[in-house]
Design a protein around this ligand. Structure first.
Ligand code: ZN
Ligand code: ZN
Length: 338
């Protein structure tokens, strides 16, 4: 079978591997769709901190069960998605019901080889039943679950003002679930195209472009001088992360969903006087995946909004570099396999 491997930053190669054979507790999946996300792009660039090479990318999957031991939940031919966070089941986080931040987590397509292949072998316990869903929807559950998880972490109360910094695919998901939770959403980005996308497609109430306007006064105007009680970073950009501490309302929360390699700098007096809460939000849990599915089924989230680019598996390596360029307007590139 054909496999696309990232040999080192900047280099993708198609190689041949044997089709995996069925092992106990696992399923063989025929991969149908792979969504490309920031993690994949950062891995290709060499800026993803948890990455080593060579690695098969791809963790946003829609697939068909090709082989599986008889069981009550799945059968050959079922449409499925994958929860790509493989956890140890024993560490403190796992014992506390937080498999998303397991001490020994293996993210499929990050720490171990992922889904850019015709067939994959994965543990049955991470499958998600998707017979009532479209393939494209199934491949979008994971990136949206990241947003759903971040919003659940922030514990949004209806009517709160919430600022999402960064209007990439993860930021957009955060805005959707913030809206569903009843927040007044403010989108901030330096890319005007992305801000119009927020307004037109996601019906985001307010936008701020720091290149065009003074952020502090704009946020004060929008929030009637209060400032946002929730600020969420979805840029993974150190400067943006450090900057956003000043946007938090007194008594507010700051949730870091984006990730970067450097060290965060906080003015202690500024942070202290706000009695602010800083938290990170990592991956997602089955609860978040189920919530995304529920929102898709009830049409509160429309997955087709997100897919801006479609390519065949054979065309991925030729196109990958171009998806790094924000001027190409990529929100979500979707790979069609087979
Ligand atoms: Zn992803
Ligand atoms: Zn664990």
């Amino acid at each position: 079978m054909n496999v696309l491997i990232c040999e080192k930053p900047g280099l993708l190669n198609y190689i041949k591997r044997d089709k995996p054979i069925l092992e106990k507790g696992k399923a063989i999946l025929k991969v149908k769709r792979v969504g490309i996300c920031g993690t994949d792009l950062h891995a290709f660039e060499g800026t993803q901190p948890y990455f080593n090479y060579p690695r098969v990318l791809g963790h946003e999957l829609a697939a068909i069960v090709d082989d599986i031991e008889p069981n009550d939940l799945f059968k050959v031919g079922d449409r499925v998605s994958l929860i790509p966070y493989f956890n140890c089941g024993e560490c403190i986080a796992c014992r506390n019901g937080l498999p998303n931040c397991c001490v020994a987590i293996n993210v499929f397509g990050v720490h171990i080889d992922g889904g850019m292949a015709e067939y994959i072998s994965v543990p049955v316990k991470y499958l998600l039943q998707g017979n009532e869903m479209e393939l494209n929807e199934l491949a979008l559950i994971e990136p949206l679950a990241i947003g759903a998880h971040g919003i659940r972490r922030a514990n949004i109360q209806p009517g709160e003002y919430l600022l999402v910094v960064g209007a990439g695919p993860i930021g957009l998901g955060l805005m959707e679930f913030a809206r569903i939770a009843g927040a007044h959403v403010i989108a901030m980005d330096v890319n005007e195209k992305r801000l119009s996308f927020c307004t037109e497609k996601l019906k985001v109430e307010h936008t701020v472009n720091p290149l065009k306007e003074d952020v502090l006064s704009k946020l004060k105007e929008i929030t009637h001088n209060d400032m946002p009680t929730v600020v969420i970073d979805a840029t993974g950009n150190l400067k943006a992360i450090n900057n956003a501490f000043q946007y938090i309302a007194h008594g507010g929360r700051y949730v870091l969903v984006g990730l970067q390699k450097g060290e965060i700098t906080i003015s202690h007096p500024e942070f202290h006087k706000r009695e602010a809460t800083l938290m990170s939000s990592r991956n997602a849990t089955r609860q978040d995946f189920d919530f995304v599915v529920q929102c898709m089924k009830s049409k509160q989230v429309d997955p087709s909004t997100y897919i801006t680019h479609r390519v065949k598996f054979e065309e991925v390596s030729d196109n990958f570099q171009s998806w790094l360029d924000p001027s190409n307007g990529v929100i979500k590139a979707m790979v069609e396999v087979n």
